[in-house]
Structures are given as C-alpha cells and as structure tokens.
Design a protein around this ligand. Sequence first.
Ligand code: URA
Length: 188
Amino acid sequence: MGLDFSSDLEILQKDIEQCHLCEISKSRQHVVFGAGSSDARLMIIAEAPGAKEDEQGIPFIGRSGELLTKMIENVIEIKRSSVYITNVIKCRPPNNRNPNSDEMINCRPFLHKQIEIIKPEIILSLGAVSFHYMSGLTMGISKARGRIFDLDGIKLIPSFHPSYLLRNPSAKKEAYKDMLLIKALLAQ
Ligand code: URA
C-alpha cells in the first residue's frame, strides 16, 4: 500500500490560504490550490485560475475545464480524480491577464512543494506560460509539443492550453496525439 500524502497537501493548502505576498491576493475570492489525487502519476500544471475557478476554489471547472476533463477521461482514459491538477499561480489575475514574474516567483515554493509531495512520473504542462516556467525554455508550444523533456527525472510533456483549443479547434488533433503519448507512458 502506498503512503497517503493528502495531509501534507492539506497543511500546504492552509499555508497558502494565508498568503498575501501579491497584490492579486486582495481581489481573490478563493485560493485555487489544486485538486485531485495526492498519489497521482500524472500532474497537470496550467497557468492561473479564471473567474469560475476563483468563485469556487477548484481548478478547471469552466469551459476549458470541460474540455480538459474530456481529454483526460476520453483520450487518456483515466478518471480526472486520479490525476492532480493545479496552476503555476494560485490566485486569479485580474481580467485573466498572464501571471507576471513576481507572482510566479512568489508562488514558486508552493508549486514546488506540491510536486515534491505528489512525486508525479509525468507533468503535462498546458500552455506557454506553464511550459516556459517549468522548462526554463522559451520555445513555443507548437514547436515543443510532441517531445518529452526531462525535469529532474520527471517527464515533462508540453501541450496546448484547453482555452487555446477552444479558440483554435484545428489544434485539437495535435493535443489528441499528446494525450495518447501520455496514455502510452502511463501504460509502461
Ligand atoms: N485556466 C487555467 O490555466 N487554469 C484553470 O484552473 C482554469 C483555466
């Protein structure tokens, strides 16, 4: 039987709920810490919470969340509850602007602690903000996707952000291939 790390995540969540390092903490309704299994083999890291997520404190519950859930459950063919989903920053930036570098630096210890607790085999990085942050590289998602990057022994897989896919449905076939790559890696 594996160890249960859910209480470590709960302690970290209580810490971050007290965090007011960034200006945007003043306008948040909720800290959107993350959701899913504490022993997930697959961790999904996107950008920042949107309006619906801020309202409810849960990542990916809006339209892009619906698409992400379909990608996980219908293509990778695993339950959404078996993966762990979070964002680079945990508070909603006003008007859904990209997180700025101070916000990403302030949130960094929390994300790194989440990765340390969960110890995923694979990280799916959704969108350029997440991929650039996780890899330290600057190449676009179109160029990076389809490859597996090494992040200290964790397989880092870049793909398009679901909100990009909603605006550019022609990119869905590439995202589909990325999900199949993850499915194959999880079967190994
Ligand atoms: N977009 C993100 O990047 N994260 C969410 O949690 C929701 C939408």
